[in-house]
Design a protein around this ligand. Sequence first.
Ligand SMILES: Nc1ncnc2c1ncn2[C@@H]1O[C@H](COP(=O)(O)OP(=O)(O)OP(=O)(O)O)[C@@H](O)[C@H]1O
Length: 218
Amino acid sequence: MISVTDLCFSRQDGDQVQTLFDGFSFNIAAQEQVALLGDSGSGKTTLLHLLAGLLSPDSGQIKIDDALISSYDAQQLAHFRRKIGLIFQHYQLLDCLTVKQNILFQHKLNFPNQSPDALDSLVEQLGLSDKLNKLPSQLSGGEQQRVGIARALLNQPKLILADEPTGNLDQARSHQVVEMLTTLCKARQINLVMVTHSQQLTQYFDSVKVLANGQFND
Ligand SMILES: Nc1ncnc2c1ncn2[C@@H]1O[C@H](COP(=O)(O)OP(=O)(O)OP(=O)(O)O)[C@@H](O)[C@H]1O
């Protein structure tokens, strides 16, 4: 569940101050899957970064489940981020590591004493079983993004934030990746917020929110 109240956020743009959000409030229900649309520059990525605790609001409250992250300090935010999954357009895989090592990397950092029970079934569901020993550069774009999804899901997050994860993929691969992502999140009861520019991909989501002038136009 995401609850945002009176969010205000501005950033310095040269000599000027650019106000992106000025009293923005919304709720996203537990397990809801939301497609986030909006014109270029409307603030979609900024909003994801605020929800991920990568940026701090000037004022207002951001609550993710029971965590009031807008009041967290840097250490609390670092701890909080272990509980969410982030997926990016540029897959952000480490090229010197194999697919398996990439999937396990964050899990090892977050949970050094736990073995990742879900690994085998997850890679099978994502069609990656025969790719585990390859390097990311040996995979197609769609396969690389599935590695990013496996990496995000392995930590069993309550929330996944995905920023245009299909931006580099053709239409067929985009549909395949988003269908997999939404199906896996639904089965695991994970809140999903995904930025996309594609109206067609919104069919896989429970709701669509369009960001314009610092508010949702829905
Ligand atoms: N690091 C930064 N420093 C200063 N301004 C920034 C920074 N990042 C983004 N902006 C500005 O903030 C505004 C919102 O950017 P943001 O990336 O959130 O938009 P977006 O809706 O995700 O756009 P797109 O669809 O093009 O990715 C834009 O005007 C952008 O120029």
